[in-house]
Design a protein around this ligand. Sequence first.
Ligand code: PEP
Ligand code: MN
Length: 573
Amino acid sequence: MRVAIQGTHGSFSEAAARRRWPELVTLPCREAADVVAAVREGRAEAGCLPIENSLIGSVTTTYDLLEEAFGDGTLRLTHEILYPVHHTLMAVPGATLAGIRRVLSHPVALGQCRQWLSTHLPDVELVSAWDTAGSAEIVAHEGNPALAAIAARHAADAHGLVPLAERIEDDPTNQTRFLTFTRSDAPALPAAQTGATRYKTSIIVLIDHRPGMLALTLQAFGVRGVNLMALQSRPERSAPWTYRFYVDVDGAASDPRLAEALEEVEALAARVVVLGSYEAWVEGSRLSAPPPTPAHHSKKPEIPLVDRRRAPEGSRVEVRHLVFGGAEPVLIAGPCSVENEAMILETAGAIAQAGGDMLRGGAYKPRTSPYDFQGLGVKGLRYLADARERTGLPVVTEVLSWEEVAVVADFADMLQIGARNMQNFTLLRAASRSGKPVLLKRGAGATIEEWLMAAEYILAEGNPNVVLCERGIRTFERATRHTLDLNAVVMVQERTHLPVIVDPSHAAGVRSLVIPLSLGSLAAGADGLIVEVHPDPSKALSDGAQSLDVPMFAELAAKVHPGRAARARVVAV
Ligand code: PEP
Ligand code: MN
């Protein structure tokens, strides 16, 4: 195996390439471009170039070569290699540290040993050389015992020098990332010895100067659960003050999610060059779990994923320590909206004390009128997380749009998809991919079939943790806000294995009906309840009329968890 590298024998590139191919024969090249040319012209079977250093960042000379080298498809990237950078001071045999007057190395290596040099060799002259191994070669060639080089340990062996001091770098965590490549028509290389089976893909994207274009491009990966590993911008040489972006993502370009993302980026961007997919170096690089295959790339299952036949005993959905679909109903309570920090902390405290299991509260609110309170957004999410810290109650909160899924999932334990969004399929997919359990409310005008198909979207996208919520449907009746459809509670339990809970607050719209409807729902087999509670419902910024006050909620909690209330009383006595 002949591998072209930049620099001479004993370079870090050579040592890195040897991590993949212990038996390689090196073809030393002066410039990175010469390495590329050697592989193109068939003088070497593979090439190895540094792309990034953990301390100093990108190797821009390599980046600037990438499009020319890989853009036409003649070459393909094959592997990524991480190599720890340890520096050794070396000289001809017989030389001593005290006798050294000049030290040669690549300027970056000299900089990486600055502290050691000023402590141990404060008076020497530091001389920049073309590369580290090349400086070892010069020292060997000169034969002068007053000269030393800083290079990789094995450069001493390669050039007949002896080490005077090892590991002299200031930061021992220093690593360099290399990329290897072959001609595209070369046979596949032997599999990696370290057992890496994960892939990364590198892409160049050129985008038009329009607001949001970079964000849209990156979102194409994010919304499909494709992990972005690195983003680097480089000036566009032919057009001053415009930039191209180098993007590294987790996965191979042929993975269905990445393929779909690339298709979107190609449609969005002025130009896209897929540099190639290559084996990722697993040791030392943190890779996330691969995203599941998107539903529309999988075959339609014979039995729908929500169908009861798939789990006749019913499935359970865990949210922290709570279980939906277990022996006990789960009681979720909280205000319609998070109004301010003090009120959510007060309400959460009262709910925990009364025996509620979980906290609800909207930070993003779907309001009929655009002039009504729209929620506190991220600030509201933070207050909910603080309330969870203080009370131990897990948090469910509504997410209104797919763009906000990531931020809501970062704070909440469970994502609520509201009645108005039950058939927002982009949102259903994005919520599924967040990996968080989803509370899926029934649309006020949705049939049971439509509701279950919405749940199917979430399951098909790879997330099995869905809890259904009946919250009243729109009928001819005007005396109440909606009509609680208890038929549906029983029917969905016959048709699906998913847990189902009831929201009597939105169904009724008036607080006096909430306790009776709650008890009726549990009698009909509901796995839990979600009710609105406000410390002072008359002052609520939304849905005050249907919110329970704290004493009413305590009465409900005692009925939902009778054993627990009794135990609490015994402890209190
Ligand atoms: C809510 O829970 O505050 C809410 C808006 O509910 P729904 O989506 O059921 O109307
Ligand atoms: Mn509400």
